[in-house]
Ligand binder design. Structure first.
Ligand code: MN
Length: 496
């Protein structure tokens, strides 16, 4: 569903006419080599497209205008091999709508000590050319990422990758549609927010659909299609005999499969990238969608429960940003704590809908009663989630601004069997420690719902927040609660 190779970033090199044809020919050759090098780097998941060197106000304006409207261009990378007087950039930068990365690099890694002359100096002057350009971007208060180092340096490539993935997630949000079945869970605050402001700020729209519209699609699903899907379930998951065809509880699995097919058809037909539902509003549905939501998430759809459209959209963006990387991105909820002073842990889960892309090994398909919602026993996948570095992110509406808050965590393998817990689960330790991590999260107004990522880092998320132009708060190994509280206080002024 998500193929980052359909996206491109444009490599744009700035210069000026006064160097003469010979030098400008070399500038173009070098820029082509760097562009080709980035394009073939295994770290960079999109295509890198070389653009002819820009040498005047008009060339800059035209190239950036084309970048704005090119359908697959998700951002631009700029580099000043030579000097490119920055007043030439004002007109172009003032209309730029795509994210920008300023690559402060040099064609030659090393100074050729024995042969260096003024011709070399004349050609290789990004050390000051990029400063001139950087001034103008800062002067115009334009968000961009600055990456410094030789273009073949693996660290440089990884930083470009981080920005590129953020740009892909950002691009995916522009014009994206999210469906909301039912409204917010009654009286819940943090999952709500300003959908008009979100569309202005983030580019995606959220609209509601009566549950009856979905039920009509589910009811029209054919018997053969449902049986084919329950066959797929039997081939894919561990299942008790009673849940298989002919078993006493097969009807529950049949109903769950029917919901999955109907929900998927609704999303595909409507061109949606994600959805939310509400257990308080399921009129005409026999079960709450459990396995359906789990499998749709694993296929790349954003989802969050209880009408939480912000988290659904964030999960989708993370899935695009992490596409092709090992590990998953998922809807998560901080559920319950283990306050053992020597081994403090958070148990993350949800009523049913833990993303199947997190499953460590073969998942078990089970049917159990659900205490809330008043519907028939729903089918869900039960599994453990693996260990390793991860993070939780929440997008919250602070009234005058959106805030993207993250907590870096370390997931751990479950040390105990949980025979009576009929949902998938994750265990993690928040950084810098349980008490500081949880306190900072609560000071930051962080939600109980998050997007949980196994393959994105705070750098990806910070780049993403910068593209959106919203507040970013990070809780990690170096977080100090006193400084963190001050950061929140100072941000109130910054965003006033
Ligand atoms: Mn919830």
């Amino acid at each position: 569903m998500i193929d980052l190779k359909t996206f491109e970033i444009w490599f744009i090199t700035g210069s000026q006419d006064l160097y003469g044809e010979e030098t400008l020919k070399l500038v173009a050759e070098h820029a082509q080599q760097i562009s080709a090098g980035l394009n073939s780097a295994k770290q960079i998941p999109v295509r890198v497209v070389y653009k002819p060197v820009v040498k005047s106000t008009d060339e800059i304006y035209t190239t950036l205008q084309q970048a704005n409207t090119a359908p697959n261009c998700i951002g631009i990378v700029t580099w000043m091999h030579t000097f490119s007087p920055a007043k030439m950039w004002i007109r172009g930068l003032s209309i730029l709508k795509k994210p920008m990365l300023h690559l402060h690099t040099q064609f030659n890694r090393d100074i050729p000590w024995s042969s260096i002359d003024m011709d070399f100096m004349n050609l290789n002057q990004s050390a000051h050319g990029d400063r001139e350009f950087g001034f103008m971007v800062s002067r115009m208060r334009i968000n961009r990422k600055v990456v410094v180092g030789h273009w073949q340096d693996p660290e440089v490539l990884e930083q470009i990758d981080s920005w590129t993935r953020a740009a892909a997630g950002w691009f995916d949000w522009q014009g994206a549609k999210f469906a909301r079945f039912g409204d917010n869970m009654r009286f819940v605050a943090v999952t709500d927010g300003d959908k008009v402001e979100a569309e202005l700020k983030f580019g995606f729209s959220v609209n509601t659909y009566g549950i009856g519209d979905l039920v009509a699609v589910i009811n029209a699903v054919s018997d053969e299609a449902v049986k084919a899907l329950t066959d797929e379930y039997e081939a894919t998951y561990t299942m008790d005999g009673s849940l298989k065809k002919g078993g006493a509880k097969y009807a529950s699995v049949y109903e769950a499969a029917k919901i999955e097919i109907g929900l998927r058809k609704f999303l595909v037909d409507g061109g949606f990238k994600g959805f939310s539902d509400t257990f308080e509003d399921l009129h005409g549905m026999i079960q709450l969608p459990g396995i359906a939501a789990q499998r749709l998430m694993a296929d790349g759809y954003g989802f969050a429960g209880e009408g939480d459209w912000k988290t659904a959209a964030l999960v989708r963006a993370f899935k695009v940003m992490g596409a092709g990387l090992p590990g998953g991105n998922a809807f998560m909820e901080d559920y319950t704590y283990h306050f053992d002073p020597n081994n403090a842990l958070v148990l993350g889960s949800h009523m049913l809908e833990v993303d199947a892309s997190l499953a460590n090994g073969k998942a078990s398909l089970e049917v159990h009663p659900l205490g809330i919602g008043g519907k028939a026993d729903p089918a869900r996948l039960v599994f453990n989630v693996g260990s390793g570095p991860a993070l939780n992110a929440a997008l919250i509406d602070m009234g005058n601004r959106f805030r993207l808050l993250i907590n870096e965590v370390e997931a751990v393998e479950p040390q105990n069997d949980l025979p009576n817990l009929p949902v998938a689960r994750v265990l993690w330790k928040p950084y810098p420690d349980m008490k500081t991590g949880c306190a900072a999260w609560i000071y930051g107004g962080g939600a109980h719902h998050t997007a949980y990522s196994q393959n994105l880092t705070s750098e990806h998320i910070q780049d993403f927040a910068a593209m959106a132009g919203i507040e970013f708060l990070r809780i990690g190994k170096d977080t100090n609660i006193s400084q963190f509280r001050n950061e929140i206080l100072w941000n109130e002024t910054a965003y006033r």
